[in-house]
Design a protein around this ligand. Structure first.
Ligand code: AMP
Ligand code: MG
Length: 400
């Protein structure tokens, strides 16, 4: 650890200790609940499947019959959605996938193993007992938990809720997240770019990230590098949001007004974090809102959002378990001169299943983040030799 620098884990611990999960719960139609966080566990009031049913198109038979007679009269037809009669001894029922198995039948013969002539079916392969029958409650038992509280709902989760007849779900209200961007150099795409100016790319990256994690975004746009203007937008954002996230202006240069503005309107901890990219980070409160000030460099704000704002936002949103799952992977490159800080390197899978490194790791080079498949989490001071195992945080996990 560098002297005077806070470790990522220490910063994260302090940050998360200050994240207060929202309490308000709202009922939303199950169809609209994807990407929301479930507030109460859901149990099933029914068995799934609710009845024994066929897993195949074919013929329902009694095993006792099939072992003696191979040719059976087709006594009924049971399409999905209808209920047949008990199966007459010595006969077969034509049956389709999802249709209830008639009483008395104890196996389904798939149609590929049958030949039909007129009203009769010849069974060419004797089935096992219970073959191709999906048993009642084999998926879900009445009273069983189908979804746990604190889970961010994926499309398959709302499908699962619907499969047991749940038409509305209790979810936490969305977290309101205010964003603003400091820097007199910033210009919006579509406006002319005078000499010395740059486009406000962070506005796009951070809006997208906040929305990806279910935040209800309020965007206050570009704020001039002036103390008064910064204080004013802070006050407004604090009244309208649960969390305020800003980009830029958290260094201690003359043009960096975020620190004095937050100190004047609330309270602030300024951190120098032992990480690369993203050394400066500000954390505080303004009124009832939490404040997180990210560095302005585009790669730094992207990475610090994923490492710090993501878990903070998810915890505030009521989600359980916010740590991204890392996987072990092989580095197919040398990293001979590591930094004294923990590094989040932009890397990508290659065709051999190893990781390649983006050639420049400069925190202003946003291309690296778009090129990458995730971040290699390299401990402070660790040199990497080609072929070694490393800790990889795929975007698929960071965006989960
Ligand atoms: P700062 O943290 O304000 O000192 O900014 C660090 C670097 O990031 C400077 O090169 C800024 O021009 C750049 N930067 C700051 N804000 C943005 C932004 N919203 N979009 C793109 N680059 C930015
Ligand atoms: Mg600036």
């Amino acid at each position: 650890m560098n002297k005077g620098l806070l470790s990522v884990d220490e910063a994260l611990e302090t940050l998360l200790a200050g994240a207060k999960p929202v309490k308000e719960v709202e009922q939303v139609p199950t169809m609209a609940a994807a990407n929301r966080v479930l507030a109460q566990a859901q149990t099933s009031t029914m068995d799934v499947p609710p009845m024994d049913n066929s897993a195949m198109d074919g013929y329902a038979v009694r095993l006792a019959d099939v072992s003696s007679i191979q040719k059976l009269r087709i006594s009924q037809r049971i399409p999905a959605g209808s209920v047949g009669k008990p199966l007459e001894a010595g006969t077969a029922a034509r049956i389709f996938t999802g249709a209830p198995v008639p009483a008395g039948a104890d196996a389904i013969v798939m149609q590929e193993h049958c030949s039909v002539s007129g009203d009769f079916v010849v069974i060419n392969k004797t089935p096992e007992k219970g073959e191709w029958i999906r048993l009642t409650a084999s998926d879900i038992r009445r009273g069983g938990v189908v979804l746990t509280a604190g889970k961010r709902l994926l499309p398959q989760d709302i499908g699962l809720a619907a499969s047991v007849g749940i038409k509305a779900l209790p979810v936490f209200r969305k977290v309101r997240l205010g964003l603003f961007f400091t820097g007199d150099e910033l210009v919006m795409p579509g406006d002319p770019l005078p000499p010395g100016r740059i486009y406000n790319s962070n506005r796009f990256t951070l809006n997208g990230l906040a929305a990806a994690f279910g935040g209800e975004v309020r965007d206050y746009g570009i704020v001039p590098d002036k103390l008064g203007a910064t204080r004013e937008v802070l006050r407004r954002a604090a009244a309208e949001n649960d969390i305020i996230v800003t980009s830029g202006g958290v260094s201690v240069g003359d043009e960096d007004h975020v620190k004095p503005a937050v100190e004047a309107e609330g309270s602030l901890l300024m951190w120098k974090i032992s990480m690369k990219p993203g050394r400066p980070l500000a954390f505080g409160r303004v009124g009832n809102a939490a404040f997180i000030g990210l560095p302005g460099n585009p790669v730094s704000s992207f990475v610090t959002f994923l490492i710090f704002v993501r878990p903070f936002l998810l915890k505030t949103q009521g989600q359980m378990g916010t740590a991204p799952r890392a996987i072990e992977a092989r580095a197919d490159f040398d990293w001979p001169a590591p930094d004294a800080r923990r590094e989040f390197l932009r890397v990508k899978w290659n065709a051999q299943g190893g990781l390649e490194l983006y050639p420049t790791q400069d925190s202003a080079v946003l291309t690296s983040t778009a090129w990458a498949d995730g971040l290699l989490d390299n401990p402070a001071g660790r040199a990497i030799r080609k072929g070694e195992r490393v800790r990889f945080l795929p975007y698929a996990e960071l965006f989960r």
